[in-house]
Design a protein around this ligand. Sequence first.
Ligand SMILES: Nc1ncnc2c1ncn2[C@@H]1O[C@H](COP(=O)(O)OP(=O)(O)OP(=O)(O)O)[C@@H](O)[C@H]1O
Length: 899
Amino acid sequence: MTTPRHAACAGRERGPVPIDPREPTARVFRDLRTTAGGLTSREARRRLEVHGPNDLPHHAVREWPVAWLRQLTHPLALLLWIAGVLAWIVGTRELALAIVAVILLNSALAFWQEEQAEQAVEALGDYLPQHSQVRRDGRPTRVLATELVPGDVLLLGEGDRVPADARLLSGALEIDASALTGESSPVERTADLPDTARRPVDSPVLVFSGTVCTGGSAEAVVHATGRHTELGRIAMLSARVRLAESPLERQVRRVAWLIAAVATSVAAAFLPLGVLAGLTWTQAFVFAIGLLVANVPEGLLPTITLSLAGGVRSMARRGALVKRLSAVETLGSTTVICTDKTGTLTRNVMRVLETRDGVGAPASPRPEFALAVARCTTADERTNSGDPMELALLAFSHSTGEGLSSERRDAERARLFRFDPHLKRMTTVDHLASRYVAHVKGAPEEVLPRCTSARGAGGVVRQLTGQERSRLLDVVNEMAGRGLRVIAVARRDFPELPADRERAESDLCLFGLIGLIDPPRAEVAAAVSACHAAGIRVHVVTGDNGRTATAIARQVGIGGDQVVDGSELDAMAETDLDELLMSGQEIVFCRAAPESKLRIADALHHCGQVVAMTGDGVNDAPALRRADLGVAMGASGTDVAREAATVVLTDDNFATIVSGIEEGRRVYDSVRKFVLYIFAHAVPEVLPFLHFALSGGAIPLPLTVLQILAIDLGTETLPALALGRERAEPGLMDRPPRTRSDSVVTRRLLLRAWGIMGVLSGILVLIGFFAVLLAAGWRPGADVSENAVLHHAYLQATTVTFLGIVFCQIGTAFASRTQYVGLRDIGLTSNKLLLAGCAFELLFAAAIVYLPPLRGVFNTAPPPGWTYALMLPFPVLVWGADELYRRLSRARTSRSRRP
Ligand SMILES: Nc1ncnc2c1ncn2[C@@H]1O[C@H](COP(=O)(O)OP(=O)(O)OP(=O)(O)O)[C@@H](O)[C@H]1O
């Protein structure tokens, strides 16, 4: 008879052989045709062919018609639709059709840009493949998680993401199954518990893909991979990076809306005003449509998304994988970095530099000391896996000729008390001959108080006196002061297995001290000084000794003005911590428990700082989530930390965070640049309409609505995109970070866009327009309609307005390239994309003016040759006016800063 459990699995597609993983292990092995020793590589390769790779489809294919439709019904597009409908109603059908064409084109461009952004973020997964530890050919081997097959024996440990559905064979795990079940508290999974659960997800012997292991270690046999896993079955996406809207995008969206609202109300208000001034209703409507179209910043939002995505791409190339678009921007506004020491500031390549005996005298280690080091570890030198410090200790023990194979070590081990970051020590108990031997290693502050005796010269054991203890502490301080990580090693023998950790770690005999060196990474000092120049403070938060940490911090240029011990931090009141963090000092938080990071992140956040916090362990996850920017170590970090973080460093390097900050600042600046550029055209586009309206039609319309569209959505698009790719201005990292309240659209930006470049461009193009009309003998009120003598001159005049704006916008583009320095400092031709964009802009304008079919559509006529002589200086004038303004305001700022 089939039990309910069987029914739960029966009938579900599980690849070629449907199996019930909750059967006794012998049956599971038989069904999966495997053993506790795992598969052979050949068999695994063959099964990979049959079952396919162990992954889920990256993302549900985006329904492109839906995505495009979203662009077509985007609120700003809706405004253009209204303009189109109005144009149709008042009988200007060509204009209406042109507006529709523009909406279609614009939405296609926006759709393409979003696709690009999506792809940039999607591609990140490829940079950071997940690996898993399995038993293949009887040996522990690291394989790509995508290459796992049913029958593989997985070795799971703390911090691992469970890569496939598996049945536990031995050991016990604490599992965070929230991704699968939504339950936030971790659950226990143990190989030999009776399985009475109704649902497979509640079974104590099963673990599922997508969940993470927050503690313990176990072996498990894989029974389902890829789409056949529970995760695949419920079609959930595991760690899909999301394209959430960033604060920057939100901000710009608000501004775009504000402008659109202003444009609409101005258009509505001018409608009666135009009629009062003597326009016909049709003319007034055309005018209103013009105002609307000129002011709706159509291309702005998709261009920002694309620019952020560009940032994501280039950060990935520099080793920082950003999981959310918004992180690009947050990185740029970072004010404080809280960094780990080992591996981030240092190379994490440890080496034993010196050893002391149990009374602190320099001595080469005795055999039992070297063996104790080899036993008290979980690292595996065969696969070179495990904690780099332990690997260094293993190498050291081998170098003394007293090494021990990992197999023998594991076979003789009776008990393991894992390294605990709170206790800062670990202990193993081995069954040797007829006794049990506990070996303890850890931070001297933790191990020494548990020692009652010590081994001195010649291996003589003696009681530890108070004097000897304080001498030992002096030795530890002296070693730590040289930047060494100091580890104390001790032992105790028991006639039977000690009952608990407390007993195993009491009444110990100190073997000695080991000093390990882990030199700072070469590039960190420069990165730290870049941070200082950029107004960013760096605190170190480490579990290590204060002196060691301060020595390393100082070696790389971090102030280390104050050292705060973990217990001091715990005792500190909130307000004192806030005060300390805001004192402008750089602090070394030493002997810190993982929770301390959360507290520090919280306090900094409370003080209005933008915090980037690094972390690698399971316990770091809450702090990584809480910080504005959680930064996980890709190479050495646990899967849990990587999940929780927003940025993953592929090389674990502190310098990469600084590169990320630089890139974030560049992207933010670029966004400002094209916002400035796009805003600047509004004035020269609106001014001609105002002349027309306020003169009651005595001045003919200097620019047609179609010509506005040709500028906004034709000539201007490529230069705007090119500005989004502008390189960083010199001095980018010499500025203080921007504050949280800083807006992308500032008063200064509006002054430059509208007040300086906009007004000047408006005046210049109107000069051009009137010059052509007046030269042809036009006087206010003269007839310029289709059959009038002056009609051709009128067409030429509007063409000059159109071309004038194009010329002025080239000046604006070059002016927008810099905010803090002159154009000379970055070089006129350094943005090749912009040069190409401007060339396109001119060609497109020339096509509109000289190609007969386009001339008909856009109502243009080739202007007299002398008008080019008039317009040629426009770009230089516009750029020059802005450059002059910036130079003056720079001079004013530096004068006001001078004491
Ligand atoms: N595997 C281990 N076995 C025993 N003791 C250890 C082990 N790893 C670290 N320790 C001790 O615990 C202390 C804290 O280590 P931990 O790994 O928690 O620090 P951390 O915060 O990761 O340090 P860092 O900032 O340098 O990366 C170390 O200084 C060392 O004395």
